[in-house]
Design a protein around this ligand. Sequence first.
Ligand SMILES: [Ca+2]
Ligand SMILES: [Ca+2]
Ligand SMILES: [Ca+2]
Length: 389
Amino acid sequence: MVSLKSCTALSALLAATWFVLSVLFAACAPWSLLHAAYGSTPAQNTISPLSYENRRNEYQHFSTTGFPTGFWPQDARSVFKYPDGSLGYVQHTLVNGPWNTANIRDAIPGAILLLKQVDGVWKDNRSIIDTVNSVPGCIHPRKAVAADFNRDGVMDFAFACHGWDAPPFPGERGRVLLSQPNGTYRLNYLSNDIDFNHGAASVDINGDGYPDLIVSAMQSVGIFINNRSGYFVKSATHTIPQIRRAMHLELVDVNNDGKADLLVGSHEWEDATKVILNPGDNDFGGSRSNRPAEIIIPPVPGAGTIVDFLYVKSVNSLYVLRTGDGKSNGTTFYAGMWLQRFDLATRVSKVVYADPNWFHNNRKWHTWIVEKDGFIMSDFGRSIAVPIE
Ligand SMILES: [Ca+2]
Ligand SMILES: [Ca+2]
Ligand SMILES: [Ca+2]
């Protein structure tokens, strides 16, 4: 039983506590609001910092049935989920290039296409893009990287852009499509850096909870640290000196130690295709005397242009999507499709699909592969299906 006296004391204590809490709340509220405004509250976030996981997961439910007529897929694309659980599709369009326009002065920036699946039908969802406060799209987008860069629980997209695709390859700035507190998206520059950014992938490099980027450039691979608002600064301290060039790269854990490993590939006649195993602290460069362990993927003569990587856990193998290199075996540069399986346990390499004359959707090579229903498939339109075995 509680006496009247202790009740009075308890009431006084509660009142005092309430007063202290009220003062604290009043003092902290503006700070909380500031955090909310900048989306820097890392609570309840289920989106992976690994873009590889975000890109692959949603393809399990993806179908192009009901896609807009006159639509065709372009390289910088991703399937994702909106906060309400419905499926989304994003694409940074590519308008023109040296193949249909002679002069770089006539280069037209691309734009963002956003779709949303409602009752099984794809709807145009571009109305949620705040175009007034967005920068123009880039000239040549090449890859979309999906992660929640400003940590507000809504998927964002970084676009690796490489600029006009002809000598002297001037490069350009990447772009990032960021969710806003009012439910819209804004397109912004990704960083101050101008380069030939062909490939990219995200992981939290410095462990602050915000996804950072590893981006391929013309002569190197750069590490870009997220300033926690979705803008990136090229790191002067994190470098990866053992890669000269990597047109395509991916971050995925291939040895099941819980740390993403770096897969890099480019033009195989210039640079080996390889896995750099994460030493545990995301320092893929290491010190000069202590480089992380590497696994070299055996080359496929004639098909030395690396396009995509897929790790299939059930067979502990890395699948490498390739196209022609024009260097040997009578192949043509960027024509045809090859799929190589590399067993990470036995280190045995096998070409499981090869078609130098592959042609589909008006294209001579395919960009992205996914694992679905026991097959390695094209992400779009079932233009390839190779059983996993
Ligand atoms: Ca976000
Ligand atoms: Ca980070
Ligand atoms: Ca690993």
